[in-house]
Design a binder for this molecule. Sequence first.
Ligand code: UDP
Length: 245
Amino acid sequence: MIENDCAEVMGIRFPKLTLDRTVQFIGEVIERKSPELFHVITMNPEITMACQKDRELRSIVDEAGIITADGIGIVMVSRIRGGNLPERVTGYDTLLRLLESGNRKKWSFYFLGADAATNEKVCGVIRTRYPHASILGRHHGYFSQSEEAGIVAEIGSLKPDVLVVALGAPYAERWIHKHKSTLNAKVAIGVGGSLDVLAGKVRETPEIWKRLNVEWLFRLLQQPSRWRRQLILPRFAVKALLYRK
Ligand code: UDP
């Protein structure tokens, strides 16, 4: 895990880094060409809560290279409890910034996840928008157990600089951890539903909603079926504020 001043939320240590600094740090890891996969986890309140009961998930998080606060709830709790995280660092924003840097520095990418049509479409969008970032390969996220080994072997042989995994959290985090030693990627990051947004399948949250810290409400209005998942947010707030080791 990155050595840095950290804020603790429900026992999980979040480095106090802005989006800029986070992307710069990941870029340095890519340029260093270390043989070990660097796992980036963009933590939302759901995974943070799940870590309280799920020891295996907790150890995956503890072993990650860097953890970012993907949720205003985590940032707010850190501020109330004196940890002061500088800002939200979401999977979507980190992905866009990695693509921008990758376009400048000619990094290579592999995109795993989302449904087949979205996976294909997003790669077209990325090729147009970031022509110098190379897409070494891609695969949709609805593969069977018997297909999994082939996908891992393909990624392992292509050796991408960045493996983008859009399988939903915490499935993506478990998947990356399970195959960590054979993926041969320099960096792997779980990005939730980001490919859906980049492909235009799901509307991107307008800046004003993000600035007012109500992205969760925008997403709920766009995808009302998320209401059950979002019930966790007030529970997270109470538990995290009252948290004692
Ligand atoms: N997904 C997938 N395979 C699965 C389950 C989900 O590829 O077995 C994809 C799904 O199509 C979507 C993403 O994972 O693109 C999850 O999006 P969601 O917004 O639910 O994730 P979150 O950002 O909340 O983690």
